[in-house]
Design a protein around this ligand. Structure first.
Ligand SMILES: Cc1ncc(COP(=O)(O)O)c(C=O)c1O
Length: 361
């Protein structure tokens, strides 16, 4: 059997999402939160786990979790769809929407790889529009491409992964207006807890705006819970594409408890990460040949003027894993470090200083 010929051409032609599995002492490669939940939270999780009816299916559509998310985000319940991580919700959008080949979807790049992978797997043409030199949306290029291609969906992350910056809301507004009545703008706010502002309060203003959020970046990546906010008429259609029990019982219950009880902790930990992000950025900027980019996320992208791979390998020798971008393009001399605990960040900075010194020697 030639399975390469049996799968869709679009699937055979791509590599899939690259996930690095490298043993390390300090893991700063995947934009996770470095903080384990408190002892009392974990006790509560154990209590929740003991009380679950594991012989039963969870409630379809996760009504309890949906209610909690709606309250947490300050939106009506009928505008909320919960998913097995926001990854699943990207997949749901790509599989539910009727996307004609001439129009396809559009993605400003560089960005989170899943948009392109999932859309291509679903047979959609993906047009990539480069961000400008400061990694901002290029207003003219985006609007020109919108009128030329008339894409049916634009996926963007703001703050963007891996560049860390939040996009100018006036450009997003222009795009929403340019696509009104004929296309959706998906603003993925996975990193919003580390940002200065959100586009969510604008949800009532634009019929074609969809917002994605996740618990993955604020300490609950293992639960796999994300949420999509959009017009009730869109949610009604997307629900038909979601598998009935997409979020398991344990995740539904623990995520609900988290949303209801941990708001203060979420904010406090985000403040700690933002303080550390500032420190990391300043310390990196002081090193010769290292150029960090401003970030509103829980990671910092930085450019290495020389010998990037030697620096990366030095980190590996020290047991520190960060993200190295190896493809040609605007990130070919860049790496991305997730903001960790104070100790982890100090270990990263020490190793970076040593690596830079070794280069100078
Ligand atoms: C922009 C962006 N969106 C979504 C995700 C995935 O989120 P989830 O864990 O909810 O699937 C990531 C993960 O890195 C991301 O960077």
């Amino acid at each position: 059997m030639n399975y390469e010929e049996m799968v869709k051409k679009a699937v055979a032609l791509q590599e899939g999402y690259p996930i690095e599995i490298t043993n390390c002492r300090i893991k700063l490669d995947a934009n996770e939160s470095p903080f384990q939940p408190s002892e009392s939270f974990r006790d509560k999780v154990a209590e929740i786990a003991r009380g679950l009816s594991l012989n039963r299916y969870p409630e379809p559509g996760s009504p309890g979790l949906k209610r909690r998310f709606a309250r947490y985000l300050g939106v009506p319940e009928n505008m909320v769809l919960t998913g097995n991580g926001s990854d699943e919700l990207i997949q749901v959008l790509a599989s539910a929407l009727e996307i004609v080949p001439e129009r396809g979807v559009m993605v400003p790049v560089p960005t989170f790889a899943i948009y392109g992978i999932v859309c291509r797997n679903n047979g959609h043409r993906v047009t990539e529009i480069p961000l400008d030199e400061g990694f901002n949306l290029d207003r003219e290029a985006m609007l020109e491409a919108l009128s030329r291609n008339r894409p049916q969906v634009v996926f963007m992350a703001s703050p963007n992964n891996p560049t860390g910056n939040r996009f100018d809301p006036t450009v997003i507004e222009d795009m929403l207006r340019a696509m009104a009545g004929e296309g959706i703008v998906v603003v993925d706010e996975a990193y919003v807890d580390y940002a200065d502002s959100s586009f969510l309060p604008r949800i009532g203003e634009f019929e074609n705006l969809v917002i994605l959020r996740t618990l993955s970046k604020i300490g609950m990546a293992g639960l796999r819970t994300g949420v999509l906010v959009g017009q009730p008429s869109l949610i009604r259609q997307l629900r038909k594409v979601c598998l009935p029990y997409n979020i398991n019982l344990f995740s539904q219950e623990v995520a609900s408890y988290f949303l209801e009880n941990e708001q203060r902790e979420i904010i406090g930990r985000a403040e700690r990460i933002k303080r550390e992000r500032r420190r990391l950025t300043e310390e990196m900027a002081a090193l010769e040949g290292i150029e960090p980019f401003p970030s509103e996320a829980n990671f910092v992208l930085f450019r290495c003027i020389r010998e990037k791979n030697n620096i990366y390998n030095y980190f590996l020798e020290k047991g520190i894993l960060i993200k190295n971008f190896t493809s040609p393009g605007p990130l070919s001399d860049c790496m991305r470090v997730t903001v960790g605990t104070e100790e982890e960040n100090s270990a990263f900075i020490d190793a970076l200083k040593e690596a830079v010194l070794r280069q100078g020697a």
